[in-house]
Design a protein around this ligand. Structure first.
Ligand code: ADP
Ligand code: MG
Length: 615
């Protein structure tokens, strides 16, 4: 008999355990920021170098630690936050496992400096590979500073596994955003490679959302708020016209903890119902507070998944609360309302909030149960003032997929020159062709007729033109006479910087201009978009949408995003000359059957089919 079992040395055991908690620099961001929050800090500063691979430092003005605690905190299962198993069900802090610092210390070099308010000196400790290298008293600010250096210096395999700096930085920004969103009353700042990326003054949740996700949400947030004995919900949903093609701006917090939960996400999406174009995701930032006994946060080491005691109630509650918020906001117009009748006829407006539907929604027992306490379900007849808001609910935005017909409502849109000498006319001049519903082109062909989707057709044409551009032969640029500057969120700025060289090939001259700001110096010569600023936002948005598709190269993703963005949308009236030019360009193309993404561009109905049908 040979005995084979050994106990792993501590250092290896620690490294293995650390693998669950610290996967990448961003995991440490979450843990260190949460510790600062738990310590009651009102100001939290984060410093990053080399996307957190070289340095990640968090400085807070919280409660600090005693000398003994400062040494203890790196031990596995060392926590000040729970004492008994019972406490686990009353957790009000972000941390409780006592694993984060132990894990970080197992896979990086850590320097901790901390001082408790009221004590004369602070403590300095250096830990490497789970071993304390140095401990000495120091003069220190009140609070704690923890620096994590050279992550995975002792685990090369995992260091190699890290992604590019741009990718790791994006993860860092995601985690930073989640924590900063949950605590708007705390000042957060973020500096990366010596450049300050964020400085978030304490304020309301709404202010924090705008600071983090962008100014364009400012007038686009609908308040959600319901209080009951069982649970409270508070936060905002974005109006339908700011819905995006990516899941990006969706935040659920349960007892201030960011969570991912497909089931609750479904509840919100359902509440929007027909208000949203298909394939788009509503924006929301929602906080659910309920008795910690009703949730089990102990399911997942990094705690993004949680279990509710009764998930169905939470689902129904969330859905009802969001519905209620939307209903209060967009009241069915009364007769004296002077909105364009064309708009009122749109299905997206008629359907969700017919009287019956609203009554049904607000009279359900569930809904009453949730809202009766504050009588919030009684929806006052609207004043004209409120109806103004109702109107910007549906304000035009190329962001809203106009397949829903939202664009039709804006009569001035049709009178605007449809711009762009998009396509030069060739020989289709003799063909019989007309536009139908401002969305389809009907063309007689020898054996019948072809019904062409104008958006898809122009998407294909633009794609092929852009595709022909290369480094040697960039797309012709039209220099802007009045260059506009755009400010992006730090996350989007990272994406854009990656794309600048490719964009230039495709006719977009964009220059970085300080922190998160860019100047658009020129745009493709013959493609005139609505508004350059907006176009870029949408392109980044689309790009992120395609980003999930790993098979596509950056160039391909960008080509598709630009083509989709610049394409002539449904609802745009084309004059005869434009129709012919578009079709000429399309059919001179080798791939005129499908869009770059593979959707059919036209349907043909042959005379034979017609004959068979009537036979
Ligand atoms: P947990 O947060 O789950 O308790 P951690 O490993 O993150 O475990 O931290 C261990 C302990 O170290 C905490 O319980 C807390 O007492 C102390 N600690 C960590 N970070 C800070 C900080 N920034 N300020 C004060 N105390 C801290
Ligand atoms: Mg912690």
């Amino acid at each position: 008999m040979i005995d084979k079992i050994v106990l792993l040395p501590d250092s290896i055991a620690n490294q293995i355990a650390a693998g669950e908690v610290i996967q990448r620099p961003a995991s440490a961001v979450k843990e260190l920021l949460e510790n600062a929050v738990d310590a009651g800090a009102t100001e939290i500063q984060m410093i990053v170098a080399d996307a957190g691979k070289a340095l990640l430092q968090v400085i807070d003005n919280g409660s600090g630690m005693s000398g003994t605690d400062a040494r203890m905190c790196f031990e596995r299962h060392a926590t000040s936050k729970i004492l008994s198993i019972d406490d686990l069900f009353h957790i009000r802090t972000m941390g409780f496992r006592g694993e984060a610092l132990a894990s970080i210390a197992a896979v990086a070099q850590v320097e901790l400096k901390t001082r408790q308010p009221g004590s004369a000196t602070g403590t300095y400790i250096e830990v490497e590979n789970s071993v304390v290298k140095k401990q000495e008293p120091v003069a220190a600010q009140e609070g704690t500073s923890i620096a994590m250096k050279n992550l995975f210096f002792n685990v090369p395999a995992r260091r190699n596994f890290l992604k590019s700096n741009a990718a790791e930085m994006r993860h860092i920004l995601d985690e930073f955003t989640r924590v900063a969103m949950a605590f708007p009353h705390i000042l957060f700042s973020l500096t990366a490679n010596g450049q300050q990326l964020m400085h978030l003054e304490p304020g309301s949740l709404k202010q924090r959302i705008v600071q983090l996700l962008g100014q364009n949400y400012n007038a686009k947030l609908v308040t959600v708020k319901e209080d009951t004995d069982y649970m409270n919900i508070y936060g905002f949903v974005g109006k339908p016209d700011v819905a995006k093609k990516t899941r990006g701006d969706q935040f659920f917090f349960v007892n201030n903890r960011f969570i991912k939960n497909a089931y609750l996400n479904h509840a919100v999406t359902q509440a929007f119902q027909e208000l949203l174009p298909k394939d788009s995701f509503p924006m929301y930032v929602l906080f659910i507070d309920l008795d910690p006994e009703q949730v089990d946060v102990n399911v997942h080491p990094t705690k993004q998944e949680i279990k509710f005691e009764d998930e169905k109630i939470v689902y129904a509650f969330v859905q009802a609360a969001v519905k209620h918020a939307l209903a209060q906001f967009s009241i069915t117009p009364t007769l004296d309302f002077d909105l364009d009748p064309g708009i009122q006829g749109l299905p997206s407006i008629q359907q969700p909030f017919t009287n019956e539907k609203r009554t049904a929604a607000s009279s359900s027992a569930l809904f009453k149960g949730f809202t009766q306490k504050h009588q919030a379900h009684i929806i006052e007849p609207s004043s004209r003032q409120e109806l103004k808001h109702w109107k910007d609910f549906f304000s035009p935005s190329a962001n809203v997929d106009s397949r829903q017909g939202v664009h039709n409502k804006e009569p001035e849109l049709e009178n605007k020159p449809t711009s762009k000498e998009l396509f030069s006319i060739t020989d289709l001049s003799e063909a019989q062709v007309f536009q139908m519903h401002n969305a389809y082109l009907v063309l007689y062909v020898p054996n019948g007729l072809r019904i062409i989707n104008q958006q898809y057709a122009s998407e294909r044409v633009i794609y092929n033109r852009l595709q022909a551009s290369t480094i040697d032969k960039p797309y012709p640029v039209q220099q802007s006479m009045f260059p506009v500057s755009i400010e992006l969120t730090p996350g989007d700025a990272v994406v854009l910087v990656e794309l600048l060289p490719l964009l230039q090939q495709m006719g977009y001259l964009i220059e970085p201009f300080g922190k998160n700001t860019f100047v658009i110096q020129g745009t493709p010569a013959d493609i005139v978009g609505a508004d350059d600023k907006h176009i870029l936002d949408l392109v980044i948005e689309q790009y992120k949408h395609f980003n999930a598709d790993l098979k596509l190269s950056s160039r391909e993703k960008l080509l598709r995003s630009l083509a989709r963005q610049q394409a002539v949308k449904p609802g745009v009236k084309l004059v005869d000359r434009e129709i012919r030019a578009l079709l000429a360009a399309l059919f001179s193309n080798a791939y005129y059957n499908t869009t770059p993404g593979g959707l059919p561009i036209y349907k043909e109905i042959s005379v034979v089919e017609l004959a068979q049908f009537f036979d």
